[in-house]
Design a protein around this ligand. Structure first.
Ligand SMILES: NC(=O)C1=CN([C@@H]2O[C@H](COP(=O)(O)OP(=O)(O)OC[C@H]3O[C@@H](n4cnc5c(N)ncnc54)[C@H](OP(=O)(O)O)[C@@H]3O)[C@@H](O)[C@H]2O)C=CC1
Ligand SMILES: CC(C)CCC[C@@H](C)[C@H]1CC=C2C3=C(CC[C@@]21C)[C@@]1(C)CC[C@H](O)C[C@@H]1CC3
Length: 418
């Protein structure tokens, strides 16, 4: 099958073999983490304490709960939005429209959960259901990716993604064939990227905090910090929801197993690992250390938000007074590249800020275990790989101008190191 660009796009993620391995490895890693976080020794690299049987993983009630959650988030997505944004220009010169109501969905979910808890909903029971819930999410991701793959068979060539159309079914199933699969105006990829997984993550964190309060009389300082930091991160992502429309996930990658599993299962069940760890392995944390950790998170957030906002403002309106004074490099596409400000320090200052925050989320868990640092390790690998993919795409887009940018700003993420 020809790629939509006419010539075949180079294979990523190790081709079909790499894709097949990742489809097994990613769910296995997620279940391993969920099991190990509960166990006494909590060894990241050790064997899981036990292998759960089908009776532990599978429960129709949990599947129903998970589908209700997806249904609730879909209903909130369909509510009137404060704004409707246009996406990047597509190959057929059209632009898709996206509702900007993610933050509203977060607030409404919080209100609904608050009401349900005050009416007696035992949210503290959620941590006991993480394994079957993660199984339901993984199953949903597999079935959903299969339906997306089939849907792409009848999609016009102009709707296909540049990457996920190699002709190898395993690779294409993993990467995703259609760029923006939709039914009417409901955009599946955009919905999944920001709603059920991200909001589910903070809900799981909250349930872990409530369970800790039940067990120990009150939540620990470490648990408060992890909850607060990650709520800030998710709230920020939903507040700046429009920015996701320019990420490679929306503009370049198809919607397949990688993103469906990543969004629906990986994010809520592994990104909540620190809070899971703290519930079962309470860590003493004094105020001086907590203040240092808050400072680290604040520095990370300052860089992350400063860099993202500077680029978004510049891309929307280069004459905006907040960015008009910055030095730029012209490119043959007519777009410019910032070469001073945050984007003149390293080529991915937003990744640096994100990584500093990742560290701050793990530090409240102490230094006795490696497990809570899984996120830092995984995230470093993800961002290094993502940065390399982005470089390739920028090189294709901007050619010589990108070479000039790399010459002027030689470091990728960490000044003078990488
Ligand atoms: N928590 C998580 O799991 C994850 C978090 N993230 C976070 O999401 C955010 C978005 O990340 P991501 O989509 O990867 O990438 P970026 O937001 O960094 O966007 C990269 C794009 O920015 C533009 N760009 C690059 N350099 C310049 C420059 N000097 N001047 C102007 N524009 C430039 C290019 O696109 P163009 O020129 O076309 O505008 C490039 O393709 C980041 O903050 C990241 O940390 C990302 C992945 C996972
Ligand atoms: C399962 C694999 C390991 C890969 C999964 C990748 C996904 C988990 C991530 C791909 C890009 C993402 C982005 C975010 C969350 C993680 C995923 C979905 C954000 C929404 C996180 C908050 C930021 O402010 C914006 C991010 C955009 C990209």
């Amino acid at each position: 099958m020809a790629s939509p660009q006419g010539s075949r796009a180079p294979l990523e993620f190790g081709g079909p073999l790499g894709a097949a391995a990742l489809m097994l490895l990613l769910p296995a890693t997620m279940f391993h983490l969920l099991l190990v976080a509960h166990s006494g020794p909590a060894r990241l690299l050790g064997p899981p304490p036990y292998l759960p049987g089908p009776e532990v993983l599978w429960s129709p009630q949990t599947l129903l709960l998970w589908l209700t959650w997806l249904g609730l988030q879909a209903a909130l997505y369909l509510l009137p939005a404060r704004k409707v944004a246009e996406g990047q220009e597509l190959k057929d010169k059209n632009r898709l429209r996206y509702p900007i109501n993610g933050f509203q969905a977060l607030v409404l979910t919080a209100l609904l959960v608050g009401l349900a808890v005050s009416a007696g909903l035992p949210l503290g029971a959620l941590p006991e259901m993480l394994l079957p819930l993660a199984f339901a999410a993984t199953l949903t991701a597999f079935i959903f990716s299969l339906l997306l793959y089939l849907k792409a068979l009848v999609a016009p060539a102009s709707a296909l993604a540049p990457g996920g159309n190699s002709g190898n079914p395993i690779y294409d199933f993993f990467l995703g064939r259609e760029l923006n699969p939709r039914i009417w105006s409901f955009d599946f990829k955009y919905f999944c990227e920001l709603r059920p997984g991200l909001i589910g993550w903070v809900l799981i964190n909250l349930a872990l905090l409530m369970q800790e309060a039940e067990l120990r009389g009150s939540p620990s300082l470490a648990m408060w910090l992890v909850n607060g930091f990650q709520l800030l991160y998710v709230g920020d992502a939903l507040w700046h929801e429009e920015a996701v429309l320019t990420t490679m996930d929306i503009t370049h990658d198809g919607f397949g197993f990688m993103l469906a599993f990543g969004d629906l299962a990986w994010v809520p069940f592994t990104y909540s690992l620190q809070a899971q760890f703290l519930l079962h392995h309470p860590q003493p944390l004094g105020l001086p250390m907590a203040s240092v950790i808050c400072l680290i998170n604040a520095v990370g957030y300052y860089i992350f938000r400063g860099a993202n906002s500077q680029k978004n403002t510049f891309r929307k309106n280069p004459s905006d007074p907040r960015v008009a004074g910055l030095e730029t490099i012209p490119t043959a596409t007519g777009r410019q590249l910032l070469v001073s400000g945050w984007w003149g320090m390293v080529r991915h200052p937003n990744y640096l800020g994100d990584l500093i925050m990742a560290l701050a989320w793990s530090l409240p868990c102490g230094v006795s275990h490696l497990l809570p640092y899984f996120y830092v390790l995984y995230f470093t690998a993800l961002l290094v790989h993502r940065e390399a993919r982005d470089e390739q795409q920028c090189l294709r887009k901007y050619g010589l101008a990108w070479h000039e940018y790399c010459r002027r700003v030689p470091y990728r993420i960490l000044p003078y190191v990488y």
